[in-house]
Design a binder for this molecule. Structure first.
Ligand SMILES: [Mg+2]
Length: 215
């Protein structure tokens, strides 16, 4: 486990979908638009219950392999219009990012989402971050977190815990996505929070060196 060395700059990574933002309404609208355009049935309500893995993983449930690249490109092109305006910050998201930066730390977003669309989301809701990396998942997130020097990664998915582990970062899980607190804990999260409203207080105690605690 990476402890903060005295004087080391604080860098905290955040996942985007269902960690900082409730992207379900916009993503559902995008899948519905793709279904209308292609004539292929997509259970969009189901798809938005399992956000986290790359888009191609979800599309493989609905399209043959040879169409996935084309449909993914179309999805990403529609996304700024169908999804970005419909998404909202989750409770405490803005304050969690601000808590890191208020302590002189860097907040970096590390997400499976196409980077340019992730940037549009953050601009739309007015959450400023110090760096953003897109199109990475699970262990790949770990490589980015390590390169950024992140000692904490905050996410909602089991793949985010994998990413934190791969970077030797503290895995802080929020139960605002597909997994409940118990599943996140069983998957090895170091800290489990109901949502990000609890993050600033947790960060404060973490920086004071108090023992890591779970809800
Ligand atoms: Mg997520």
């Amino acid at each position: 486990m990476a402890d903060l060395a005295p004087g080391a700059p604080l860098t905290v990574g955040f996942d985007l979908d269902m960690t900082l933002l409730d992207t379900r309404p916009g993503i559902k609208a995008t899948y519905d638009a793709i279904a209308a355009e292609t004539g292929v049935w997509i259970d969009s309500a189901l798809a938005v219950t399992r956000l986290g893995p790359p888009l191609e993983v979800e599309l493989a449930h609905w399209f043959p392999e040879e169409r996935i690249t084309e449909v993914a490109d179309r999805y990403r092109a529609m996304y700024p219009h169908t999804a970005v305006p419909a998404c909202l910050p989750l409770p405490g998201a803005r304050e969690a990012v601000e808590a890191v930066r208020a302590r002189g730390g860097r907040a970096v977003v590390v997400t499976g989402k196409h980077g340019p669309n992730a940037r549009l989301h953050l601009d739309h809701v007015g959450i400023g971050v110090d760096a953003l990396a897109g199109s990475v998942w699970a262990q790949e997130k770990g490589a980015v977190l390590r390169a950024e020097g992140a000692s904490v990664y905050v996410g909602d998915h089991l793949g985010d815990i994998t990413g934190a582990r791969a970077a030797d970062a503290l895995a802080v899980a929020v139960a605002t996505g597909p997994f409940g607190a118990e599943a996140l804990r069983e998957a090895g999260a170091d800290v489990v929070l109901d949502d990000l409203t609890a993050f600033p207080e947790w960060l404060e105690s973490h920086l004071l060196g108090e023992p890591t605690r779970s809800r």
